[in-house]
Write a protein that binds this ligand. Sequence first.
Ligand code: PLP
Length: 396
Amino acid sequence: MIAENMKPLVKNNSVIRQMFEEGDRLRAIYGADKVFDFSLGNPNVPAPAEVKEAFLDILENEDPIKVHGYMSNAGFPEVRHAIAESLNKRFKTDFGMHNILMTVGAGSALNVAFRILLNPGDEVLTFAPYFVEYGNYVSNYGGKLSVVPANTENFQPDLEAFKKMVSPKTKMVVINTPHNPTGVIYTEETIRKLTDILYDKQMEFGTEIFLLSDEPYRELVYDDVEVPYVTRYYANTLVAYSFSKTLSLPGERIGYLLIPDEAVDSSEMIAAAGIAIRVSGSVNAPSLIQLVVGRCLDLKADISYYKRNRDTLYGALKEYGFSCTEPQGAFYLWVKTPTEDDKAFVAAAKSHNILVVPGSSFACPGYVRLAYCVSYETIKGSLPGFKELAREYFGE
Ligand code: PLP
């Protein structure tokens, strides 16, 4: 009975569900502390204490009719104003509240961006490896996702291949930095070269090409590496942001879409985005959490926790002989599998009660992703299993 275009999604979902069920099955047999589950990007550092204080204070002291009521589809004006001011201070931008539309996480911000820009058949380009939901989101609006093959040297985008793939049908390009699943941050040089290509291609084809920067990990950065603010390099840039990871609030579903004045037809896009939020059925982003994040804009979860996990896991795996990309941001470690068949490696890891996600799930076989937003005990407990795996593949 279900629609034809849902069938592949249902089929694929059962693969993901199987992975979760496998974790539960192993935990039931061996005990939760003997299973080392690196499969999910669910933050395990608690939200900063100020988040709870803001919840309580708003509930105690603000007008409940306002706190729980409908509002403009784009969100509370004062929250959007505070976000614009915070961005302006940090990135020397010049946004106003009208440029910010509150959404149900980055997932919704991405959907709104695709909804307002894509006509059926329009092409969206992204770079392997990539967050697999992009394909589903693009197909929600009849678009076609094309994927630039990975640059396995350093996982910065392969701009030569990209240049050849941009076509008159290319309406949007999606980038994600800091990056899931590699932890790489795109350098300023990368952003400059990529946006130069886009300016050249717009000129060559007489089209407008929109760059959509997906940034749920913007604040999760190690060693003070800089994450360039992309609107400063390219006028037709939209930003999808989320508080899910920065403030450890993924279940609260709060983020925003930023549409700068410099983007072509920005007023029309902003008006359309408000309507897209409405007709998506979400109507507006959840009200209480909007007010909370509006008070917590300069905070982030304790990154030193993820850093310790990163340093221990990356250090140990390198020592055992695995080839890994050193994460500069986010909370993922991207490991080259010692066999071409990443799924075989995932199965081998499972035999040591280690759960990881195959690179083929990110359109990049031959690698696995480890989400190290787990307890330090999980990191430490997994190391003998990784050592054993190394022995199996590399010998003594
Ligand atoms: N984009 C990327 C690259 C992600 O990794 C995620 C979540 O893991 C999202 C978007 C969606 O984030 P949200 O929870 O804000 O919808």
